[in-house]
Design a protein around this ligand. Structure first.
Ligand SMILES: [Zn+2]
Length: 455
């Protein structure tokens, strides 16, 4: 279902060619002992060709062809309206943030987003079986279909105060940046396209997803892409958080709750029974010594431990929760197997230690996010970088865990981008958002979906 952007003569295409030549040159340059005269001639040729292509790229960069994604007058009108409506975008951000959206409790905020998307002219605005809000903006043809998505949920439990405070350019409140900024930009892009009557080539589908955070485990994106829009998504852009980030690497994770169980008993009278807490400690001690690569960055964390009834009782159970992460799915799977083996071994060792022991262990998977990446040379990444560069924004690429993980797993070209401005204190009650210049994030998202809707 991958539909690559057309390979036409453009600055972007030429940059790609230059990149290939450039890497070829690096290979030639690497081993000093291999620098024969013939090789040096090859190197000079490569340099000359690279220079020629780069200068050709510079010429094309000034040509109208590269301006194609933005040369449409209505798109420029839409971009101006984004800047003119910046206060409206910020007001939406505050309004959305003051509707609680705890994990597994996004319904009220979803209803507000549904009404907002309806008001900005989207067609067939609906809420799918998982609770995602979905609305279409048909283009000249149904495909390509670009999905612009932002997650509805916060990490904060129900009952958390959601009043937003404003002091000048600073907005403060739980979730104001992650992800009320993404939601506000989602609405603002739809509004700008509508107000300027932009006719996109393909369709743009807007989605506000549930369950991105924590134990939500990307359930909204899974249903959205695996069911609601199954087989109808060509490109996927998640608006997540703030800033100028472009995320093309999906950090995968697996999370478990591991529970050790035994018969329990009196600490003195029943001494000699296998102890679930001791087995847990054996396991965690060995996990803490596991070697993991720094590239691809791979991590483990035992985040919570619990169990037992009293200091003078052998516990009947003990449990821990562990988070394993990597940007590489195979490395993550290997780490996962190592942890499971350590857990089984810990039970065996504890049972052997006390001979009469009958400990058992169960490992419940409470999170599973696929790792992956959208290659930096594919058009969705190149387009995002090129637009960012033209707007004077960062073109750096990064890694994160977002709704885009699911799209990448399904083979859909996908990235996540920040919604502009600057967020601090993410996932804390002190979260805040500096809106200075944040309209650029909205403008980037707007220009990106227009460009990506082209076949
Ligand atoms: Zn987020």
């Amino acid at each position: 279902m991958k539909r690559p952007l057309p390979v036409s003569i453009s600055g972007v295409t030429i940059q790609r060619a230059a990149w290939r030549l450039g890497s070829g040159f690096k290979r030639l340059d690497a081993p000093a002992h291999a620098r024969s005269h013939g090789r040096l001639a090859d190197v000079r040729l490569a340099l000359t060709l690279t220079a020629a292509i780069l200068s050709a790229a510079a010429v094309h960069a000034r040509s109208p062809r590269l301006q194609a994604p933005t040369d449409n007058a209505s798109v420029e009108t839409a971009a101006r309206s984004v800047r003119a409506n910046d206060e409206k975008t910020l007001a939406d951000q505050v309004r959305l943030c003051e509707v609680p959206a705890p994990p597994f409790g996004e319904r009220a905020r979803a209803a507000v987003v549904r009404d907002m998307l309806h008001a900005v002219g989207l067609k067939s605005v609906r809420i799918d079986r998982e609770g995602n809000v979905v609305g279409d903006r048909p283009g000249r043809s149904p495909r390509p279909n670009v999905v612009l998505a932002a997650h509805l949920d916060t990490v904060f439990p129900g009952g958390t105060p959601v009043k937003v405070r404003r002091a000048g350019s600073i907005l403060s409140g739980p979730g104001i940046a992650d992800n009320c900024r993404g939601l506000a930009v989602l609405i603002a892009v739809a509004r700008a396209l509508d107000s300027a009557a932009v006719q996109t080539a393909g369709t743009v589908t807007f989605a506000a997803t549930v369950g991105e955070e924590g134990l939500g485990d990307l359930r909204g994106a899974r249903t959205l892409l695996g069911d609601t829009l199954k087989g109808r998504v060509d490109r996927f852009v998640a608006l997540d958080g703030t800033g100028e980030s472009i995320t093309n690497i999906a950090v995968g994770s697996r999370r478990y709750r591991v529970t050790f169980r035994g018969s329990g008993g009196h600490s003195y009278n029943n001494f000699g029974r296998a102890n679930p807490a001791h087995a847990l400690a054996r396991a965690v001690a060995r996990i803490s010594e596991l070697p993991v690569p720094s590239r691809p960055k791979t991590t483990f964390n035992v985040g919570r431990i619990g169990g037992g009834t009293s200091v003078n009782a052998i516990p009947a159970d003990a449990w821990f929760e562990i988070d394993l992460r990597s940007t590489d799915e195979a490395v993550l799977a290997t780490l996962d197997r190592s942890v499971q083996k350590i857990v089984d071994d810990a039970v065996a060792v504890e049972n052997t230690r006390w001979k009469n022991g009958a400990l058992t262990v169960s490992s419940e998977r409470i999170g599973d996010r696929p790792a992956g990446r959208t290659d930096e040379r594919v058009p969705i990444v190149e387009t995002a970088r090129s637009i960012s560069s033209r707007l004077g924004m960062s073109t750096a690429l990064g890694a994160a865990s977002t709704d885009a993980n699911i799209a990448i797993q399904l083979g859909i070209p996908a990235i996540a981008i920040g919604g502009g401005g600057r967020g601090t204190g993410s996932h804390t009650l002190d979260e805040s958002f500096d809106s200075t210049g944040s309209f650029r994030g909205t403008e980037r998202a707007l220009r990106l979906v227009v460009a990506l809707s082209r076949p």
